[in-house]
Design a protein around this ligand. Structure first.
Ligand code: FA5
Length: 350
């Protein structure tokens, strides 16, 4: 019987020496240690032996089994190591101390304009709020005095999700939450609500030089006891003169939005064509930039603020269009294109 363990040991050693891949090693393990393997078979042979022989033979088989198990584990380690070395030898050599041979990254022009606006409004006491892109119908429309089936919904072709939520079409969707967040401070501490909330908006629009289906807006609200249209105009003027640092022509005209009363459209003279008319301004010489108005009493009520006591203004700045005007980008679609040709140029403005 001792010969049998010797034979199995010899044949295993030979077979192991020929293994050069992990998959083959596993096959070998099954061939020797598996349920129907050669070592297991040896045990079956013990039936015919005396008790004394069984003891000696059993011990010999167990020793063999341990040897094979250890040899397989060692070979497995060796093969894994070899695979790693092979993998490393295929990797290109690089020196991490060398300067990168890449074009420099840059902030996106919309990020630059957004940050600039945030700084301007922060310096005037506004807080910067963050808000989600997926919102409820209540947040985006109903709390803004736009009930179901209101015609104003047609202006914002909306991407609805299966669960009834939607991709926000306007940053105004954050207004209700902001009022609720700060109303106690307003009432108990007499602290005016002054907040801006930049964010990405989505509308199922046919795109052109000044319309994208994904674009940025920055909402701003101020609520206190004695707010007037003059306050609104002051903040709009300050923001625009800080952003452009030069004289630009603006015009204010009546505009309808169910969540403000009165409402205005604030347009700027197109800086691409100097007001002559071009595709960027739909050949009108003016670009709609920042609708605004005095917050509708229903909207304040929905936010838990008593409209008999408090009043406020709101505006919805088109940040993407502002970036176009500031940097002279003629076609809004270039800004979302990921085109390095366009975006690389903003590197020095970091
Ligand atoms: C609104 O979205 C209102 N929520 C704005 C508002 C806020 C009014 C607070 C009153 C009070 P409007 O749909 O006009 O309004 O969009 C506001 C601005 O976002 C536009 O003037 C424009 O600058 C920008 N904008 C709108 N649609 C697009 C688009 N498809 N692509 C790029 N910019 C857009």
């Amino acid at each position: 019987m001792a010969d049998k363990t010797f034979e199995v040991r010899e044949s295993f050693a030979k077979a192991l020496a020929e293994v050069s891949a992990l998959t083959d090693l596993d096959k070998l393990r099954v061939e020797y240690l598996g349920k129907k393997g050669l070592v297991t078979d040896l045990m079956k042979d013990m039936k015919s032996l005396s008790i004394e022989e069984k003891k000696t033979f059993g011990q010999a088989v167990n020793v063999l089994k341990d040897e094979i198990t250890e040899a397989i584990a060692a070979k497995q380690e060796e093969l894994k190591q070899r695979e790693i070395e092979l993998e490393n030898s295929r990797m290109p050599e690089f020196d991490i101390t060398m300067p990168a041979d890449l074009a420099r990254g840059s902030y996106h022009p919309i990020t630059l304009v957004q940050r600039q606006c945030e700084e301007i409004f922060k310096s005037m006491g506004f807080t910067v709020e963050d808000y989600s892109e997926v919102v409820t119908d209540y947040e985006c429309f109903e709390s803004l005095n736009i009930p179901k089936n209101h015609p104003a919904r047609d202006m914002q072709d909306t991407y609805y999700l299966d669960n009834g939520q939607l991709l926000k079409t306007q940053t105004s969707a954050a207004q209700n939450a902001i009022y609720k967040k700060y109303k106690d401070q307003l009432v108990n501490e007499g602290k005016a609500i002054k907040a801006i909330f930049p964010g990405r908006c989505f509308r199922n629009e046919a795109t052109d030089a000044c319309h994208e289906n994904t674009f940025f807006q920055m909402e701003g609200v101020m609520v206190d006891r004695n707010i007037s249209i003059s306050n609104l105009i002051f903040f709009m003027k300050t923001m625009l003169s800080e952003v452009f640092r030069k004289d630009i022509k603006v015009r204010l005209r009546p505009g309808f939005f169910p969540f403000v009363e009165p409402g205005f459209e604030l347009d700027i003279s197109c800086l691409i064509c100097g007001g002559e008319g071009c595709p960027s301004c739909k050949h009108s010489g003016w670009l709609e930039l920042c609708p605004c108005g005095m917050i509708h009493p229903e909207v304040l009520s929905a936010g838990g603020i008593d409209p008999e006591e408090y009043i406020g203004f709101a505006f919805g700045l088109g940040l993407t269009r502002l970036a176009m005007m500031k940097y002279g980008v003629k076609d809004i679609r270039d800004l979302n294109s990921g085109s390095l040709k366009c975006l690389d140029q903003f590197t020095d403005d970091k």
